[in-house]
Design a protein around this ligand. Structure first.
Ligand code: EPZ
Length: 419
């Protein structure tokens, strides 16, 4: 196991290049199962969650080559329809193979993913919608056993917006017989990306960027070459690294449209930014003031950026409030920030930050991906040394985080946990 050792209060300089999106790439990897042959994906980030999904695909019979962010997937022969517990338990996104396996093989056995550090995270929406699409589903011994004599188009209205369930049902519906209408679909850029990918494979989908998607099922899809979009949460993370350390850095190779809600909040706080299509430069940071914000489905403020905003709000005098409406337990990073000197209270799902604190370095522990990254941001401004332990959480979703921060001038090192 590794930890980060950070000596804070350094000014950052220069540019950082954003990697391909983890949450966009994961469903594309699963969607490659919908066809037989070689799919080529470019700009795939080399990080733990992608490797876990590749392990799941390998178990199913997929052969792959992954080099320098280029991934070739050969899905010609699938040897099983079972996604085992040992792999699924480490990553919830493994549930993405449910739709493609049902569509291609007519059966799927996927371990129930279980809860995780940010909340219980059920998969009922995936299961209910897949049943409507014509699957028979039994839950036994912790596994979802799904079979179908052929998926059939239907109308599905999600009672709640879900990125994962929208993606899973889309992947099932593209090869179903007839027309499927998905209402209250998620609008996240990662869903838009999956739609673009499926359309390139030959799927017939209408309604992109609206909450109603209409899919005309077809019999066969073809393998394609495709380039993954930049990671919007990673771009938000480095933007926050620049703002919190009051450094004039430029975030490049990003899609600015995908983080408009963060840009709006930063401007409201008082940060001046120079924004183009694919880069953001931090211009001026002065007289900052607190904010009230709510996490919401896209295009609202993303829950994944909530923990990354908090360290900045601890610096700004006055009260700030983040109302977390998506995940009920995304707060494990807060006691760690309090240990560093922050004044924060949690009231139900509200994070109330009494700003104006100066953070002091100490030993802290990451307990989930974005919460872990938030502790790194806190370490960048803390006095003295901060040690962030259990950074395997951060490795799940950030490609070369310490390299990127070192290039910007941060004093951050990865060391073995027993050192
Ligand atoms: C995706 O998770 C992302 N993961 C998450 O990113 C992200 O936080 C989340 O969307 C919200 O934007 C991937 O893309 C791999 P949801 P997902 O289904 O699809 C409830 C990160 O840090 N729900 O949109 O699992 C659920 O509990 C991660 O990169 C049900 O009740 O999220 C939540 O309250 C963490 N039943 C809400 O819906 C279900 O069957 C939205 O979850 C499914 C979801």
């Amino acid at each position: 196991m590794y930890k980060y050792l950070i000596n804070g209060q350094k000014e950052l300089k220069g540019e950082v290049l954003i990697s391909g999106s983890k949450n966009a790439a994961l469903p594309l990897l699963a969607a490659s199962l919908l066809t037989s042959g070689k799919t080529m994906l470019r700009n795939v980030p080399e990080l733990k969650d992608i490797k876990t999904m590749l392990e799941v695909l390998k178990f199913l019979g997929v052969k792959y080559l992954f080099e320098k962010n280029n991934l070739e997937l050969d899905t010609t022969k699938l040897t099983t329809h079972k996604a085992p517990y040992d792999l699924v338990k480490t990553m919830r996104a493994s549930i993405y193979v449910l739709g493609p396996l049902l569509a291609r093989l007519g059966k799927a056995m996927v371990s129930l993913p279980g809860g995780c550090a940010i909340g219980p995270r059920p998969v009922n929406l995936h299961i209910d919608a897949m049943e409507k699409l014509g699957a028979t589903i039994k839950i036994e011994d912790g596994f979802i056993h799904a079979t179908t004599k052929g998926l059939k188009g239907t109308e599905i209205t999600f009672p709640k917006i879900s990125v994962g369930a929208t993606a899973n049902i889309l992947m099932g519906a593209v090869l179903a017989k007839g027309t499927t209408v998905i209402k209250n679909a998620a609008l996240e850029p990662e869903v838009e990306e999956l739609i673009n990918f499926l359309i390139k494979m030959g799927a017939r989908i209408e309604g992109k960027n609206t909450d109603t998607l209409t899919i005309q099922g077809i019999q066969k899809l073809k393998p394609v070459q495709y380039t993954v979009i930049p990671d919007r949460i990673e771009s938000g993370t480095y933007l926050m690294a620049g703002v919190i350390s009051e450094s004039p850095i430029t975030i490049k190779n990003m899609n600015v449209d995908h983080i408009r809600s963060l840009i709006r909040i930063l401007e409201e706080i008082g940060v001046q930014l120079e924004v183009s299509n694919n880069s953001v430069k931090i211009k001026k940071i002065s007289n900052l003031k607190g904010v009230y914000l709510k996490t919401l489905p896209y295009p609202g403020f993303p829950t994944d950026l909530h923990p990354l905003l908090t360290p900045l709000l601890t610096k700004i005098k006055g009260i700030s409030v983040i109302n977390e409406t998506i995940f009920e337990n995304r707060f494990a990073y807060i006691p760690e920030l309090i240990r560093m000197g922050a004044e924060i209270e949690i009231d139900d799902h509200m994070v109330i930050i009494k700003g104006g604190s100066r953070l002091n370095g100490t030993k802290v522990m990451a307990s989930d991906l974005r919460g872990g990254a938030a502790l790194v941001l806190a370490g960048l401004i803390a006095k003295n040394e901060t040690i962030v332990d259990r950074i395997y959480h951060i490795d799940r979703g950030y490609e070369n985080m310490e390299d990127k921060l070192q290039k910007l001038g941060a004093d951050i090192k990865r060391i073995k946990s027993d050192q």
